[in-house]
Ligand binder design. Structure first.
Ligand code: KIV
Length: 278
């Protein structure tokens, strides 16, 4: 008899399979598998997950890359931007997402101010790995190259992040699209080339104008994963609560929610409240 329920409840997203069945669980996705998807011409859908149920749900749908992003600060913790997120907060949420034991690659963001030196970059990247991440992401190109090299030399897979860098919101006075002028265009090419040379397995391109995102995608041997960077990247990433319409208090140009989760939750809770009150 197949006793799938108890196994799955005990063991996160462990795949349940009948001893008589020839079905093998699909192999774990690694940074190398994500990188190889580009060579095979496979598109890469990626989403953020900050806790156990979301990581498990997204994994069950087959999303290959789950990012415990520092967008956590804004969409879960209620901070005005990502610059207040701490290592302790990131570790707490990486642990929760990793408990889902997803087949997907779990990537965690190094928070603001936590990779300013070689030592802090490697120490904090290791902390995220110990919490359950399988790769780390940090924002920037040539200006953080020594830290990226040190992280990769310590054996930790690295996901780059170029274009609009949310951790720079205070110094840049807002969130600005990148690649519009020639100096920005050239800087993006040089930063991307440097990250490839350092050994990044993929690069997130955030709010890069579509023409430049397309050029980078054609130029680089590793995948580009776009957010608000047009349709021509090798993959796309979104902040999951934005996709699900869980945050009705603001709207973004680059995401049209596919569900009105906030409104549905309000309506269900209201109905239940009224049933109790009656
Ligand atoms: O923190 C985050 O969620 C991110 C994505 C927007 C790429 O960095």
């Amino acid at each position: 008899m197949l006793r799938c329920d108890s196994l799955e409840r005990l063991d996160g997203a462990a795949r349940c399979h009948d001893a008589n069945s020839s079905k093998m669980p699909a192999p774990k996705i690694t940074a190398e598998s994500i990188r190889a998807m580009k060579a095979r011409g496979e598109k890469i859908p990626a989403l953020t997950a900050y806790d156990f149920p979301m990581a498990r749900l997204l994994d069950e749908v087959g999303i290959p890359l789950l990012l415990v992003g520092d967008s956590l600060g804004m969409v879960v913790l209620g901070y005005p931007d990502t610059t207040r997120v701490t290592m302790a907060e990131m570790e707490h949420h990486v642990r929760a997402a990793a408990r889902a034991k997803p087949r997907a690659l779990v990537v965690a963001d190094l928070p603001y101010g936590c990779y300013d030196t070689l030592e802090s970059a490697v120490t904090n990247a290791r902390r995220l790995i110990l919490a359950g991440a399988e790769a780390v992401k940090a924002e920037g190109g040539r200006e953080i190259l020594p830290q990226v090299q040190a992280i990769i030399s310590s054996g930790i897979p690295f996901l780059g992040h170029l274009g609009m860098l949310p951790q720079h919101v205070l110094e840049e006075g807002g969130y600005h699209v990148k690649g519009k002028n020639e100096p920005e265009h050239q800087a993006l090419l040089a930063d991307a080339d440097a990250l490839v040379k350092a050994g990044a397995f993929a690069i997130v391109l955030e709010l890069v104008i579509p023409r430049v995102a397309k050029e980078l995608t054609q130029r680089l041997p590793i995948p580009t994963i776009g957010i608000g960077a047009g349709p021509d990247c090798d993959g796309q990433i979104l902040v999951t609560p934005d996709l699900l319409g869980m945050l009705p208090w603001y709207s973004l140009k680059h995401v049209k929610p596919k569900l009105n989760a906030a409104e549905q939750m309000r309506s269900v809770v209201k109905e239940w409240k009224e049933s109790v009150e009656a």
